[in-house]
Design a protein around this ligand. Structure first.
Ligand code: ADP
Ligand code: MG
Length: 255
């Protein structure tokens, strides 16, 4: 592994009307490690993920992926280059089973046609045996094999979050952007999720950028953490540094 970051959001500025959501913020993420992005509500964290995933074009600054300038690519193009994300609010489709979600994500990841038409053709199985096998293996690997046939609406929030992470992983990403994946989870579920993200990151060398409200979770699994407040980078460093940071205490406690 080189020291060059796999993902770099360099000098990113985003303006929403009169609100400067990000002001020349630079963050980087290495392959095979978890990078935390923290800050109080409204700090600009989700905005940064929107830029990193090509959903939002910055007013200025650049986005680099493995050293290549990809600032002007749209989200589907970045997706093809291996950038996957989960959203702050759940995005699962009520009518599809968990297994079907995973198979579609696998197809998206393999760059082939999504064959939504197959899915929409009544009375025939649209999932090939090899796809079924791969999707089932992924779900079992995440200890959620038993919910393959469930529809997301019937699942508890914690399990839905795991399905979303599984869906992102099914695309075989190089970069995984997670927006508050532990929101709505209890302590045991959060710990399970943290463990999962850590395993995946190490095993597949994924560059994970983790936005999370639960500071202990972030500090526990990230090797480097960026802190933003009111759209500005106020500190960065390893967990031991962030735990002692005066700027971080001020931003969170407002003192
Ligand atoms: P965080 O995820 O850190 O809580 P956001 O990135 O969602 O913060 O928001 C940063 C700032 O930008 C906030 O002031 C928010 O109100 C504003 N903002 C975010 N999205 C939009 C938008 N689409 N239009 C206008 N303002 C927005
Ligand atoms: Mg947010």
């Amino acid at each position: 592994m080189t020291d060059r970051p796999f993902l770099e959001c360099r000098d990113i500025t985003v303006q929403f009307g009169g609100v400067r959501a990000l002001d020349a913020v630079t963050i980087t993420a290495q392959a095979g490690s978890i990078t935390g992005l923290i800050g109080p509500n409204g700090a600009g964290k989700s905005t940064m993920l929107a830029v990193a995933s090509g959903v939002l074009s910055p007013k200025s600054g650049s986005l680099l992926l493995d050293g290549e300038d990809v600032t002007h690519l749209r989200s589907h193009q970045l997706g093809r280059l291996g950038v996957a994300r989960t959203f702050q609010a759940p995005q699962l489709v009520g009518e599809m089973t968990v297994l079907e979600h995973i198979v579609l994500a696998q197809r998206i990841g393999s760059g082939g046609p999504h064959l939504l038409r197959d899915y929409l053709t009544p009375g025939r199985s649209w999932i090939r045996a090899d796809e079924l096998e791969r999707a089932s293996r992924l779900l079992s690997g995440l200890d959620i094999g038993e919910i393959a046939a469930a529809t997301p609406g019937a699942l508890p929030m914690g399990t839905r979050r795991l399905v979303e992470v599984a869906q992102a992983l099914a695309t075989r990403p190089k970069v995984l952007l997670l927006d508050e994946p532990a929101a709505g989870l209890n302590e045991a579920e959060s710990a399970g999720l943290a463990d999962l993200v850590q395993r995946v990151c190490e095993r597949f060398g994924v560059a994970v950028l983790l936005v999370e409200h639960d500071l202990e979770l972030v500090l526990g699994i990230s090797s480097n953490i960026f802190v933003i407040d009111f759209g500005r980078l106020i500190d960065q460093g390893p967990p031991e540094h962030i735990r002692q940071s005066r700027q971080v205490k001020e931003a969170y406690l407002g003192v």
